[in-house]
Design a protein around this ligand. Structure first.
Ligand code: BTN
Length: 321
């Protein structure tokens, strides 16, 4: 019977196992095993190969490492892949995937960010997509952001769901795409490698294993999907670094400048501009320097009050653990 890389991957332990054990477990000769491990590595999987043995890098999100860590239903239908274009596309093509199914890849060649941006996807981070459906409402972006913050245990949220490090660099982001009733929640978290000069890696702030982080995210996501709307809005406000700040917002049609004041009941961002109050359903927020806030008089003469936390917010991430 032909034994290929896909048969051997599930047999690999976390960390190194000695060669004798691996040969007995796989039934392969040493050259055959070496060849398959090299193929798996070339396909993007985090294979350790040392003098004393081989295995998967600790904390790799392979099924045999992830499954014992799962606490809920999400992630039990799971596809763990090496290099793909985008996990969003792979999940979309998985026709009979159940709600909570997860596709994770070690690398993406065409990772997508919000607003058509590229999501750089080098090895060492987490790139995955979760299938949702009727269990999602308009607050999904905020709910998912809260799950991301809770799992990461570091940083603050920029509207709607960018996770920023305590110094304001980006640690992770979420992309929501839909097709009919199927919703594809794509999550990128920089765990080991900051892909761009202005991004950060979670490892800079705390010890973290990717499989545990994924399991924590999936469990907290399930919980946040169940939370009452008002509790979601209150929790998001507690974890955010947007409200009270001077912002520039790029929507698909225009660029607005103002002060972020509050959230609408469906999670929209309410900003005060020179022209008056605006409610933003979707857009890209740029936070202006914190020091600008005390000078941010934008539209105050026209606005109804100063809004929550105006000019009083803590520095980004000051609530971080
Ligand atoms: C953002 O712009 O902040 C959202 C980034 C979302 C990136 C993730 S990585 C996994 C999934 N697949 C993609 O192509 N994008 C999302």
């Amino acid at each position: 019977m032909f034994v290929g890389p896909k048969d051997i991957l599930p047999l690999l332990p976390e960390g190194l196992a000695d060669w004798e054990t691996l040969l007995a477990k796989t039934g392969l000769s040493r050259p055959e095993l070496l060849e398959i491990l090299s193929q798996l590595r070339a396909e993007g999987f985090p294979i350790l190969m040392e003098e004393e043995g081989a295995g998967l890098a600790p904390g790799s999100p392979a099924p045999q490492i992830l499954f014992p860590l799962l606490k809920g239903e999400f992630g039990r239908a799971y596809r763990y892949l090496g290099v793909v274009t985008s996990t969003q596309d792979v999940l979309r093509a998985w026709e009979d995937a159940p709600i909570g199914a997860v596709v994770l890849a070690e690398r993406q060649t065409r990772g997508r960010g919000r607003h058509g941006r590229v999501w750089e996807s080098p090895p060492g981070n987490l790139y995955f997509s979760v299938l949702l459906g009727k269990n999602a409402d308009r607050l999904l972006p905020l709910r998912a952001g809260l799950a991301l913050r809770e799992a990461a245990r570091v940083g603050s949220l920029k509207w709607p769901n960018d996770l920023l490090a305590p110094d304001g660099r980006k640690l992770g982001g979420i992309l929501v795409e839909a097709e009919g009733e199927r919703i594809f929640l794509g999550v990128g978290i920089n765990v080991d490698v900051p892909p761009l000069p202005h991004s950060a890696a979670l490892r800079e702030f705390r010890e973290v294993q990717r499989a545990q982080l994924l399991a924590d995210f999936l469990w907290t996501l399930e919980a946040w999907l169940e939370e009452k709307k008002e509790d979601v809005l209150a929790a998001w406000k507690d974890q955010n670094v947007t409200l009270g700040r001077k912002v520039v917002v790029r929507t698909g049609r225009e660029i607005l400048e103002g002060v972020a004041l509050d959230l609408g009941e469906d999670g929209e961002l309410i900003i005060r501009t020179h022209e008056g109050m605006r409610t933003i359903c979707a857009g890209d927020v740029i936070l202006c320097a914190t020091d600008d806030v005390k000078d941010a008089k934008i539209g105050e003469d026209k606005a109804q009050g100063g809004g929550p936390g105006h000019g009083e917010r803590e520095r980004p991430g000051s609530s971080a653990e």
